[in-house]
Design a protein. Structure first.
Length: 202
């Protein structure tokens, strides 16, 4: 989204809502690590500054694209759910805590798709380090794990219906609130033509 597109929309709101500003481009992953995300922008000038910064950082990293501006969403914690579509075994669903915790904690579980609701709940409770955060440890609010499980079931159905259309799909982060969940970012890894040929000739 270019400035001439987002600025009238923000002004039309009357009262400013805090937003996140993210650079978007094919192949642009780990946006936070590259300085391509700015959170909690609370006025027009902050959005302008964030817009310029994330575009500059994306270009410095070799990416050209657009900018996504989203309203900030508060929740209990962040989760991650994804699909790995194995060409031999089929699609599997992965789950763990989201945001930067995916790489830091290495606390994820994986099951073959599709999932039942009870199966999705079992996956949620199986993550060692993250489960207590979702369940309201140390006086925290309890996260809506039922809604999270429903999202994972839907993701499993999507994986089955679209088998062979992509290599992997990540929803990260998923903002898990006291009531409901919202996936605020998605990354899709396409199937590489040379990899598909190698599998077909194996």
């Amino acid at each position: 989204m270019h400035e001439e597109n987002w600025l009238p929309l923000i002004r039309s709101l009357g009262t400013f809502t805090a937003v996140a500003v993210k650079a978007e481009a094919p192949g642009l992953l780990h946006k936070s690590d590259l300085g391509c995300v700015r959170l909690g922008c609370t006025d027009e000038q902050a959005v302008r500054d964030a817009y310029a910064e994330v575009v500059r950082n994306a270009r410095n990293a070799g990416f050209e694209g657009g900018v996504l501006i989203q309203p900030m969403i508060k929740g209990v914690t962040e989760a991650f759910a994804g699909i790995i579509d194995d060409p031999l075994f089929g699609p599997a669903i992965c789950f763990g805590l989201g945001g930067v915790f995916v790489e830091i904690l290495h606390d994820t579980v994986t099951e073959m798709a599709p999932l039942t609701h009870d199966g999705a709940l079992a996956m949620i409770h199986r993550i060692d380090k993250g489960a207590p955060l979702l369940q309201g440890a140390r006086g925290r609010d309890r996260a809506d794990v039922e809604a999270l499980a429903a999202l994972m079931v839907a993701l499993g159905r999507f994986a089955i219906a679209n088998r062979g259309q992509f290599r992997a799909l990540d929803l990260n982060p998923i903002i898990v609130g006291k009531s409901g969940v919202v996936a605020v970012d998605i990354a899709i890894e396409p199937i590489m033509a040379d990899a598909a040929d190698a599998i077909a000739n194996a």
